[in-house]
Write a new protein. Structure first.
Length: 399
């Protein structure tokens, strides 16, 4: 049964605020009339909600929500009415519940930014701070449209990077399954044949048979070691030192490191440029950008830039020291600082590096295909040759 909160005036003229479970709003009004109270306000309290396993709010849901919200605000609809409409028509149930909670908080006197800040799983720090800047400047509809555009472009970059990882992951997974099937079911047949022949096996053959025996009899230990390794690496990655070392290593990888660096530069410049152009202060913008960087090396470089700005210096100096950002980016940021057009310069850098990410993804995929073919050919071909070496010896012995 839903919970309703009500404000009413009793027979003494005193304001009374309370809440209770009622089937409908009419039942609340009947309850108040029965107790000789005059209704001031009645509203349904937001229901508590939990994020279930597998459920979540996707970036695409937030983009659609933001664009529709901007359109309604621009058309002159009151804030609460626009949010109420969004809560009713949003397909994502979790986002609808969040929106109802935001409506409740706004009706209670909170600003929209403060209401959104209570739901970090749906609305990031960047989102909240831009909304706060839009409310303060009276340009909320413009800020929301800018937010939707930013989220779409940022999501496109993330999907491109993830897409580049899917193809090799699928190929190596299939290859791993194929090799496992060979070792578990095919190699033992050859092993039995060689044992009955009583011949001396070559070293490559003994190695393959040994791998087959290990996989057949100690598969549980291999799974345990693999699972334990993943757990330990993941736990180490959650520590500041571990995250810094792993992120540094990833940026140094051939081809993949170049892709990650370019996507990080694109995300950094677009985020900071969007925040500055929306009226967020440079110090707050740098702090938010550092938190959303996704890479500890980038995070540290940005925070050093923030300290530099706070000390009256420039952003470009600490970014150059990090050796993560290309010289072109550093030079363009420096020019933007000098000319007072930093936000516009950052947007130009982001547009350029969006194209660079596309090129890096294409390069990665074009290189991965022949590399994977060679690696798989060596593994599978090596196993086949190792199994046929004793057969050749047997044929020669017969001759």
């Amino acid at each position: 049964m839903p919970v309703f909160e009500y404000t009413a005036r009793n027979v003494k003229g005193e304001i009374v605020q309370n809440k209770g479970e009622f089937a409908t709003r009419d039942d609340v009004l009947a309850h108040l009339r029965k107790n000789r109270m005059v209704v001031v306000q009645v509203r349904e309290a937001p229901r508590a909600f939990k994020i279930k396993f597998g459920a979540g709010i996707k970036t695409r849901d937030v983009v659609i929500f933001t664009r529709q919200f901007a359109t309604m605000i621009n058309a002159g609809l009151p804030l609460v009415q626009a949010l109420d409409i969004l809560a009713q028509q949003t397909e994502n149930k979790l986002l609808a519940d969040v929106t109802r909670a935001v409506v409740y908080d706004v009706e209670s006197g909170h600003t929209l930014a403060d209401a959104l800040r209570k739901h970090p799983k749906a609305f990031s720090d960047l989102y909240v701070n831009m909304v706060a800047a839009g409310e303060a400047g009276g340009i909320l509809d413009t800020i929301l449209l800018r937010l939707a555009e930013f989220l779409e472009k940022n999501d496109a970059i993330v999907r491109k990077v993830k897409g580049a990882m899917v193809y090799p992951a699928v190929i190596f997974s299939v290859a791993g399954i194929a090799v496992s099937v060979l070792l578990i079911f095919v190699i033992p047949t050859f092993q039995s044949m060689f044992a009955s022949a009583g011949i001396q096996l070559p070293l490559p053959t003994r190695i393959v048979i040994g791998l087959s025996n290990v996989l057949k009899h100690y598969w549980w230990a291999l799974i345990g070691v693999a699972g334990g390794s993943v757990f330990l690496v993941n736990r180490w990655y959650k520590t500041p030192a571990g995250k810094l070392q792993i992120d540094t290593l990833l940026l140094k990888l051939p081809v993949l490191g170049d892709l990650l660096r370019k996507s990080a530069v694109s995300r950094f410049t677009r985020t900071l440029g969007t925040l500055i152009s929306s009226g967020v202060s440079i110090l707050d913008g740098l702090e938010i950008t550092a938190r959303t960087a996704g890479n500890m090396v980038i995070h540290n470089a940005v925070m050093e830039s923030r300290a530099s700005i706070a000390g009256g210096e420039t952003i470009a100096g600490p970014l150059a020291k990090s050796k993560v950002f290309p010289p072109m980016v550093i030079s363009m940021i420096a020019v933007g600082e000098q000319t007072g057009g930093l936000d516009e310069m950052l947007s130009k850098i982001a547009d350029f590096y969006d194209e660079e990410v596309d090129a890096a993804v294409s390069t990665l995929l074009s290189l991965m295909e022949p590399v994977m073919i060679v690696v798989l050919g060596v593994i599978v071909g090596g196993m086949v040759v190792a199994m046929y070496l004793p057969i050749f010896d047997m044929v020669n012995a017969v001759q």
